[in-house]
Design a binder for this molecule. Structure first.
Ligand code: NI
Length: 157
């Protein structure tokens, strides 16, 4: 993690509220171990990041909200017509497909990362169609709303 200078940091946070959280001791130990591995300096920052991730990645994004997203797919390229189907889906939605990265993982498997930009509902819909295509072994969409993130994230990276 990196931190912006303190004054900038507080300004970007807006008004600060302090809350108390009751948490199972065992869960807290696991959380402390997790955030130590991630390099957080304190629990508060880790809590804030977890909350932001959940909010950005879930239903609080309105259907017409402008978002960016990346879909990661792992699939077997021997599956009949699968590469063609995935390419067809992307051509059908070319207006929201920014770029595609293709990696030939080994003899059989491919990894594809599709970067999308558009309205939340369109990005989600295309991601669902890609991920649910028969033969795709694993798929995940990571979606961010630039508006939401820029208000909270630190400027320096
Ligand atoms: Ni490949």
């Amino acid at each position: 993690m990196c931190y912006a200078p303190r004054r900038t940091f507080w300004r970007s946070m807006g008004e600060l509220s302090r809350i108390g959280v009751s948490i199972d001791s065992d869960l807290l130990r696991r959380f402390d171990s997790f955030i130590k591995n991630k390099g957080y300096e304190n629990r508060s920052e880790a809590f804030r990041d977890l909350i932001r991730d959940r909010l950005v990645g879930s239903a609080v994004i309105a259907p017409k909200q402008a978002v960016v997203g990346s879909v990661t797919l792992i699939y077997d390229h021997h599956t009949r017509l699968l590469p063609e189907k995935l390419a067809d889906l992307q051509h059908d939605s070319h207006a929201i497909v920014v770029s595609t990265l293709h990696v030939h993982l080994d003899h059989d498997r491919c990894l594809e990362v599709v970067v999308l930009r558009g309205e939340s509902r369109d990005v989600q819909k295309l991601a669902d169609r890609l991920i649910s295509t028969k033969g795709v072994r694993h798929g995940r969409l990571v979606m961010s709303s630039p508006d939401t993130v820029s208000r909270h994230r630190h400027v320096h990276h």
